[in-house]
Design a protein around this ligand. Sequence first.
Ligand code: BDR
Ligand code: CA
Length: 314
Amino acid sequence: MKKVIMDCDPGHDDMVAIMLAIADEDIDLLGITTVAGNQTGDKTFRNALRILTLLNRKDIPVARGFDKPLVRELKTAPAFHGVSGLDGADLPEPEVTPLKKHAVDFITDTLMKSDGGIYLVPTGPLTNVAVALLKEPRIKEKIERIVLMGGGVFDSNTTPAAEFNFYVDPEAAKIVFESGVPITMVGLDVTDKAIFSFEDIDRLGGFGGKVSSVVAPLLRFFGNANKEIYGFDGAPLHDALALSVLINPNVVKTRFLHVDIETKGEFTRGESVADVYGITGKAPNAEVAMDLDLPLFKEIVFSHIRKLDESMAD
Ligand code: BDR
Ligand code: CA
């Protein structure tokens, strides 16, 4: 069993990542922490609770984290995720009781009380994770690996230089990349290709189960937004691809590179500067996903959502 803590800002693709983690029989989801990103902190937190309510997993601990990045003003992404952060279908009202604990404390306490070997999967701005690393540096020995969605070597989506999660909180991303913890960076080079096409979405909707019938219209909303803004033929499931790496590492091919995060640039705030040619001589600090197996990824999504449908059938 892989022990996993997810730190996220749901968000359509974060939602699918949560669903994969819950459905997978080899993942033990220790908890979910939320952060402001795709929407405000109150909305991403509420969305996490609504997702768990839909899945009837009231037992999974949820802790709310920061409402804004370390030093910058929050930028949200309503054009992609809507005013609620999860527009496109109605999720149930939250019936999950969250922890009365800050996300950072949940992360540090859970790690420090453990024997280690825990994976952190951040799929939003890295604010909570950065503060956890600063607050209790001994957690570094307890983290097996940080498998995150963010950045891009040759691709960007928020400015010509930067991906959303790193753009929103570049200082936090810098802290994480300089932490010395093993990192797998699943960035836009692969996640922009992890597209669940409109045909795939129709197929998923055709399952007709309790989960798939909510997920399909949500992904249609997200796909339409991505089609309008970037011309994509469907929904890029960024965060779900990052989580899939824990389910089957063959879903991406990585290169071990040195990655710096730009925090000062006039045009390049939040850019992940990857040394693909080894020019700097700096030691690599991240396994960077450069290629993906799209059919395998789609199969993971279909099979795991089907499993959730089956587990909820009455
Ligand atoms: C990332 O930004 C968010 O909008 C998505 O949820 C994903 O984590 C993609 O750049
Ligand atoms: Ca996200």
